[in-house]
Design a protein around this ligand. Structure first.
Ligand SMILES: NC(=O)c1ccc[n+]([C@@H]2O[C@H](COP(=O)([O-])OP(=O)(O)OC[C@H]3O[C@@H](n4cnc5c(N)ncnc54)[C@H](O)[C@@H]3O)[C@@H](O)[C@H]2O)c1
Length: 254
């Protein structure tokens, strides 16, 4: 932790009510940022905000342009917006592509892909006006290699990687750096959802063992370990880093 790394910088964090978005928000708050927190989960959002002095919150849907634009407008009331972290995301159906429902596919892409784009579209004019800044999107290790059990999720996270790279090259001249993190399996409610969907306790234990074995470090990651990478990418320490999809995965993709 470096207490002054983000002093008085305004940051918008989506998905801030839980897991990796919450941990990112707490890290930014500890290091001096002024926070706008956005999520569809009012209770979780209030819990995060209670630990982030001065934070504003907005309950909304990351896949709805009007909601995302309202969050960006509210963020601007804190000062010039410089930082954006888009952690709002869904796991979606854990089943083969041939068994995925059309509505589930559409919802997954609406939140994971369109939601990331909507946040960039709304925030970048303000970040440009502030003189530049940085965005970190949330892809996944499953956005860099195929997933037999979560094909829809994997496809959506692959799209996040190329959206990240496209935004990075398009907005570099405006002083906006754009990167994404590609976490392996990290201990959050989403990972719990992945295991719970396996069914009975034996199936759950088997899935957990398969997921753990994918990580050469021999364990799942902690939310703090991803937030540390996000904060690095948002910070001036990463001033020459843009267009990167950074695995934070215990060696899974090595
Ligand atoms: N936990 C992991 O193992 C892991 C691995 C790789 C990538 N990721 C990605 O990291 C991000 C955060 O995941 P997490 O593990 O913290 O999950 P999580 O389920 O704990 O948190 C996700 C948050 O996003 C919010 N959200 C979902 N849909 C939304 C919507 N339409 N509008 C607004 N908010 C919405 C949820 O309410 C929740 O607070 C996600 O994009 C996820 O895909 C997680």
């Amino acid at each position: 932790m470096r207490p002054d790394r983000f002093t008085d910088q305004v940051a918008l964090v989506t998905g801030a009510a839980s897991g990796l978005g919450r941990e990112t928000a707490l890290g930014l708050a500890r290091e001096g940022a002024r926070l706008m927190l956005f999520d569809r989960d009012a209770g979780g959002l209030a819990e995060t905000a209670a630990q982030c002095p001065g934070a504003l919150t907005l309950v909304g849907d990351a896949s709805k342009a009007a909601d995302v634009e309202a969050a960006v407008t509210q963020a601007a009331s804190l000062g010039p917006l410089r930082l954006l972290a888009t952690a709002a995301g869904l796991l979606g159906p854990v089943r083969p592509a041939t068994e995925v429902e059309e509505a589930d596919w559409d919802r997954l892409f609406a939140v994971n892909v369109k939601g990331t784009w909507l946040a960039a579209r709304a925030a970048f004019p303000l970040i440009r006006a502030a003189g530049g800044g940085a965005m970190v999107a949330f892809s996944s290790a499953a956005g860099l290699v195929g997933s037999p059990t979560m094909p829809a999720y994997s496809a959506s996270k692959g799209a996040v990687v190329l959206l990240t790279r496209s935004l990075a090259v398009a907005h570099a001249a405006e002083g906006i750096r754009v990167n994404c993190v590609c976490p392996g399996s990290i201990e959050t409610p989403m990972l719990e959802e992945t295991f719970a969907s396996a069914g009975d306790p034996a199936a759950r234990a088997a899935r957990e063992a398969v997921f753990r074995a994918r990580h050469p470090l021999g364990r799942f990651g902690r939310a703090q370990e991803v937030a540390d990478a996000v904060l690095y990418l948002l910070s001036a320490e990463a001033s020459f880093v843009t267009g990167v999809a950074l695995p934070v995965d215990g060696g899974r993709l090595a």
